[in-house]
Design a protein around this ligand. Structure first.
Ligand code: T1G
Length: 697
């Protein structure tokens, strides 16, 4: 008997219990244990009905992702599920927590399903670049019909117990929290009523009703936009379609073929890397997991602009009161109006009730005085990117805020240590860099200063989790991790345009790689003046910063979307970037002024110069200890800038490309383009020499 799956009898039910923390994933031990326990149940003459139930926080949450990429050990999950389904004794799956992926597939292989009302079910394999590979694409549509099965399987979204009942995925929903009792009651009732087995594979009414329907091609059309660049969602449609065109066993074979195609795709490797990396980043190197965390019950935000307002919303969304301070009433009123409009828009989309809108608005208290910060646990400054202003603010905060209050800056590039030097409590000063729009983007780049205490680091990482962000702790340097790499990409993109490329050609190379938007469309969104001010700040600090055609845009007040003209132009009320001949002329004039003769530039050169300069910079960031691991950089770029998760992040993508290929190109550009940014990172050279990858670090 395995120790992760046990068999026992309670009254006339045989109980198969899985106990494999943290989420009862279907590891080899669990799969073998399930078959052994089932065999015991079959032999137990006293057991009229069998019950499958799990200990711990959840029903089986899927195949054990840690086993992917390794040789599969028998029994495979399809075999386990089919064996359950072939049982002559009725089997009940009792679901609590989240029955996901192979977990739901195992439940679908049972004959009945009962769930707690708090439970959720789903087939999220598509989020890992896969498809349900243990019969989910064949059994689910037999219960829900094609459309709902296609939606669930291609989005991976979870469905609550009540909806699952309405869809026929579960047969009963029980309130309360004792899943074992609920399962036993259901199983004993089945035994008393002498209910027969009911195999999902034999339920064909929905299949017959939609055989040969056009739903699959229509669904594929809709996917083209939604799943742009992705591989497995289209395979999901093929697999579900097979359920309507082939007998069950043939359909299972087809599902297996398609599953293996997905398993072998680079997108599966990228998405699984991203899945684990997102969880690894919360385990900060050198920060023990029982570091004390301060209570953050009230928050202050300075600045009611785009960032300040978005930041305030994050806390109101989770019920934390926020005091928002501005210098003028009109700025406060404007900021609050924008927050209200954002919430009202969510309410219009049905994501919030009007009551929730009012509740959240009531949690945000506007104020014109720092005195209202005297009791807050955390203050986040979100004003102009100007060091003098920030230092003035932090010295005022130091005087007003209680001992132990954390003083954070939302700065996107400036020196946290210099900001901290304006206070007597540098150990309580930290960067909390949110990404615009702050109430939407999931990344929170927490920046440790030289003197930031472990407690403060642990606290801001806990705050990230609390406000449903992905927090990454990084070191202090110009631009930290994300923007330091972005600035390199931006400079290369600007140079490529100087040399002959068009902005839209550069942007298309980046969107073809999978970014949601290109470099210049993003500059228009953030505001051309943002980059302009950063370049001016760096020139004022004595740095040599190349003149740029984009400075000309700022000087002509072409600031991007907010002025309906930047690198692109924008129709009234539209965010769609339209190439503007005015800008082509401006670029041509700039080239003439600089004595540049434009040349044809290939998409490959654009890809290499925009991406490899980032990877080279990422290697330097790792060398300097600004990021602890390459996966931290990957997560910063996936959640801060929309780098496609199916490529695993820039450093994972570089590993897949081959660091020798990257280094060779970096050396080429060191000769042809020149500049510090193309000096090969010592770490990159070392890894190539040793035949290693960033992931090996
Ligand atoms: N395999 C292995 N480990 C897993 C895991 C899994 N499926 N799911 C979670 N973990 C670990 C996770 O790494 C973390 O570990 C801990 O559990 C808590 O996770 C054949 C092929 C279940 C909703 O995609 O969505 O079935 O960091 O921090 O926020 O068709 O985990 O503690 O060491 O996320 O409460 C399909 C993936 C697999 C579900 C819980 N299943 N997991 O969220 O905790 S493919 C999934 C989740 C499949 C079959 C196919 C979430 C969760 P550690 P957590 P959480």
């Amino acid at each position: 008997m395995s120790d992760v799956v046990t068999y026992s009898r309670e009254q006339s039910s045989g109980v198969i219990t899985v106990n494999y923390p943290p989420v009862n994933a279907l590891s080899h031990a669990v799969r073998s244990g399930l078959l052994a326990a089932l065999e015991q149940g079959q032999k137990d003459a006293e057991a009229k009905v069998l019950l499958l139930v799990c200990e711990g926080r959840t029903f089986i949450a899927g195949a054990d992702i840690r086993e992917f990429g390794k040789p599969m050990q028998e029994p495979g999950l399809p075999e386990v599920v089919n064996t359950f389904e072939s049982s002559d004794k009725p089997i009940v799956a009792a679901i609590h927590g989240t029955a996901l992926g192979g977990g739901l597939e195992t439940a679908l292989g049972c004959h009945y399903r009962v769930a707690l009302s708090s439970a959720k079910v789903g087939l999220p394999e598509v989020k890992l670049g896969l498809l349900p590979g243990a019969g989910g694409t064949q059994r689910l549509p037999r219960l829900t019909g094609a459309q709902k099965a296609l939606e669930m399987i291609t989005t991976g979204e979870f469905v609550g117990a009540k909806d699952a009942l309405a869809l026929g995925i579960v047969d009963a929903v029980e309130d309360g929290s004792d899943i074992r009792a609920a399962g036993l009651a259901f199983a004993n009732k089945l035994a008393d009523e002498g209910k027969p087995v009911r195999r999902v594979r034999d339920i064909t009414d929905k299949i017959d009703a939609e055989k040969g329907s056009d739903v699959f091609n229509q669904f594929r059309e809709g996917l083209k936009k939604r799943a742009r660049g992705l591989f497995s969602p289209f395979k999901c449609v093929d697999a579900v379609e097979a359920a309507f065109n082939l007998p069950f066993d043939e359909g299972m074979k087809r599902e297996r073929e398609l599953f293996m195609e997905c398993m072998e795709s680079p997108q599966r490797a990228g998405l699984i890397h991203s899945f684990f990396a997102e969880r690894e980043v919360s385990k900060v190197k050198g920060l023990s997991k029982d570091t004390p965390v301060r209570d953050v019950k009230t928050v202050g935000v300075i600045g009611a602009g785009t960032m300040g307002g978005g930041i305030a919303m994050n806390f109101a969304n989770v019920g934390i009161p926020v005091t928002m301070v501005e210098v003028k009433q009109e700025a406060l009123d404007k900021g609050l109006a924008i927050i209200r409009r954002n919430y009202e828009n969510s309410a219009k989309k049905g994501k919030l009730t009007q009551e929730q809108v009012e509740e959240r608005m009531s949690l945000i208290t506007p104020s014109l005085t720092y005195d209202d910060f005297k009791d807050v646990d955390l203050v986040i400054e979100a004003v102009f990117e100007n060091m003098a202003i920030k230092k003035e603010i932090f010295s005022k905060l130091d005087a007003v805020c209680k001992p132990g209050a954390i003083l954070a800056s939302n700065t996107s590039t400036l020196d946290i240590d210099e900001i901290a030097s304006a206070t007597k409590r540098p150990e309580d000063v930290v960067g909390m860099h949110f990404f615009s729009p702050a109430n939407v983007m999931k990344l929170l780049e927490n920046v440790r200063g030289e003197k930031t205490s472990d407690e403060v680091k642990a606290t801001v990482m806990a705050v990230a989790k609390k406000i449903k962000k992905v927090g990454v702790l990084v070191g202090n340097c110009h631009g930290f991790v994300g923007n330091r790499m972005l600035h390199k990409r931006g400079a290369e993109a600007m140079s490529l345009v100087n040399e002959g490329a068009t902005p839209q050609q550069v942007d298309k190379v980046l969107t073809d790689l999978g970014y949601p938007m290109g470099q210049f469309a993003m500059s228009d969104l953030a505001g051309i003046d943002v980059g302009y001010r950063i370049r001016e700040e760096r020139r004022n600090a004595g740095e040599h910063v190349e003149p740029s055609w984009m400075d000309k845009l700022a000087e002509q007040n072409r600031l991007g979307q907010k002025t309906q003209a930047g690198v692109y132009r924008y129709e009234e009320g539209s965010r769609k970037p339209i190439p503007d001949p005015e800008v082509d002329k401006l670029i041509e004039e700039f080239r003439k002024e600089q004595g540049i003769t434009p040349r044809e530039i290939s998409d490959q050169e654009i890809l290499e110069r925009c991406m490899y300069v980032m990877i080279n910079e990422g290697a330097k960031i790792l060398e300097e200890g600004i990021a602890d691991r390459s996966l931290d950089i990957d997560i910063v770029w996936i959640y801060g800038y929309g780098f496609p998760a199916y490529r695993g992040g820039p450093m994972f993508w570089a590993d897949q490309l081959g660091l020798d290929t990257i280094l060779e190109a970096v050396k080429t550009y060191q000769d042809t383009v020149g500049g510090e940014q193309w000096k090969p990172a010592a770490l990159l050279e070392k890894l190539v020499a040793e035949g290693k990858t960033f992931g090996d670090l």
